[in-house]
Design a protein around this ligand. Structure first.
Ligand SMILES: NC(=O)c1ccc[n+]([C@@H]2O[C@H](COP(=O)([O-])OP(=O)(O)OC[C@H]3O[C@@H](n4cnc5c(N)ncnc54)[C@H](O)[C@@H]3O)[C@@H](O)[C@H]2O)c1
Ligand SMILES: O=C(O)[C@H](O)CO
Length: 428
């Protein structure tokens, strides 16, 4: 057993010892584990970011699985310790897993789970949707509002909504105006007071049009009638069809249609877009994707949003750019780290003083439903490996795991190294 660090124990006589390095939202995840003979130990240490040593103490001599957080450095040291303690299951409570050395996990035979949550809503609305169904068909069968809802997921939509909130807040200078009001500086309406940018008819640029980038693009296109330009290594046919169909819908209603363009270079997006939102994964190829030179390619009054990972932007260069271009605005949910792992809460010097920057503490996925769903998926990833269940065949459709009224499928929802470990896919 682990050294007596500060822990809360559920089902003390459970056969499998599962650790959660943090208390997580909701109780369903605990119930799902204890119902399956797990003893759940939750670390309650009053320390925001646990060190490798803290986690080693938690793992102790015997541990079957760990649910960890994106703030932790899961590498060689922790995976070897988990393996020595008999554990073969780990899950991040996050969709991003740049804090995890997957090679090291492979070496010790540890499954690594993450929490991609998508495709909720279609089935609930009775809309039949599959890869063979185009968005145009969906538009024809259902109105735009339904389709837009249907295509968004739990973590995906929550994160995209925060990116959209930051875009609006930056465009309309909401944080500055709020501070002005609270400081008692408002003396009466003035023609020039906090004049910002109108989004309608402008161009939104998305870099990384995966799950979240596409959901954000749809919100901005549909919500504010913006034209879209995107850059991704892969074509996002579904997104393109959505914008085409929405454009047709607007035209049929006598409105200016929206347009889309897939850029062949990232610089094309930077030069053309009025609002640019970053949604790639963080890896060596996306580190400092936005640097001094690229910032200088953007419009002087552009808005840059980052809800992906801090190091995608060179934050030092960003501060310089914000100082030199007062009409350029940013909305940041994430901040740069010293490495590819994790180093928030630090901000680079000068950023906090910039009026043209909106900064929030990594809250993009912070809706109750999403966070409880993430906890459930992380717990089920670990449980599935412990019980020898197969891997869910479609990690982008994990809705059956989230339905509180029925038992979850006997599978791990999303194991990122399933192939490397030779784990079999579920036939469910
Ligand atoms: N701020 C938050 O709280 C929060 C919440 C959820 C996810 N995230 C971050 O968002 C990231 C994206 O999540 P997702 O679910 O949309 O992932 P995803 O895998 O669906 O999408 C990522 C996209 O980025 C593209 N991409 C990769 N390298 C690129 C490059 N060099 N240039 C352009 N595009 C590139 C990929 O092709 C893919 O389409 C996660 O990895 C995570 O780091 C942050
Ligand atoms: O990767 C993730 O899931 C986020 O950064 C936290 O929700």
């Amino acid at each position: 057993m682990a050294k007596p660090v500060s822990i809360e124990v559920w089902n003390p006589s459970g056969k499998y010892r599962v650790i959660s390095t943090k208390p997580m939202p909701g109780t369903r995840w605990i119930r799902l584990l204890t119902d399956q003979d797990c003893r759940v130990e939750i670390c309650t240490l009053k320390k925001t970011i646990l060190s490798v040593e803290d986690i080693l103490a938690l793992i102790g001599d015997r541990c079957d699985g760990v649910i960890g957080q994106l703030t932790e450095d899961w590498g060689e040291v922790l995976f070897s310790a988990l393996s020595r303690a008999g554990g073969r299951a780990f899950s991040n409570m996050a969709v991003g897993y740049n804090n995890v050395d997957v090679e090291a996990a492979n070496k010790y035979g540890v499954a690594v789970g993450n929490t991609p949550i998508d495709s909720r809503g279609l089935n609930a609305m009775g809309v039949k949707y599959g890869p063979e169904t185009s968005n145009i068909e969906l538009f024809q069968k259902h109105n735009a509002f339904h389709v837009s809802l249907a295509l968004c997921g739990v973590l995906t939509e929550t994160t995209a909504e925060l990116a959209a909130s930051l875009s609006l807040a930056a465009a309309r200078r909401i944080v500055e105006a709020d501070e002005f009001m609270r400081a008692g500086l408002y003396e009466g309406w003035l023609p020039h007071l906090f004049v910002g940018n109108l989004l309608k008819g402008q161009t939104v640029g998305v870099i990384g049009a995966g799950r979240i980038g596409s959901a954000y693009a749809r919100m901005m296109v549909e919500g504010f009638k913006m034209n879209l330009i995107y850059y991704d290594l892969y074509q996002s046919t579904r997104l393109e069809k959505f914008v085409t169909a929405y454009g047709q819908f607007l035209k049929a209603n006598g409105e200016q249609p929206v347009t889309w363009k897939r850029a062949s270079t990232m610089d094309e997006v930077l030069q053309e877009a009025d609002v640019i939102s970053l949604h790639p994964i963080l890896d060596k190829t996306t580190y400092h994707l936005i640097n001094k030179e690229r910032l200088s390619n953007m419009k002087k009054e552009a808005i840059l949003i980052n809800c992906s990972r801090g190091p995608v932007v060179d934050e030092v260069a960003l501060v310089e750019h914000l100082k030199a271009n007062p009409m350029f605005r940013v909305g940041l949910d994430v901040f740069e780290a010293r490495s590819l792992t994790y180093d928030e809460p630090h901000m680079k010097p000068g950023l906090a003083d910039m009026k043209n920057a909106i900064v929030v503490p990594h809250i993009a996925s912070a809706s109750k439903w999403t966070r409880e769903g993430m906890a459930t998926l992380a717990a089920l990833n670990v449980l599935g490996k412990i019980k020898g269940y197969p891997i869910w065949s479609n990690p982008n459709n994990v809705e059956p795991f989230l339905n509180e009224n029925s038992p979850p499928p006997a599978a791990s929802p999303s194991i990122v190294n399933a192939k490397a470990l030779g784990l079999t896919a579920s036939k469910l």
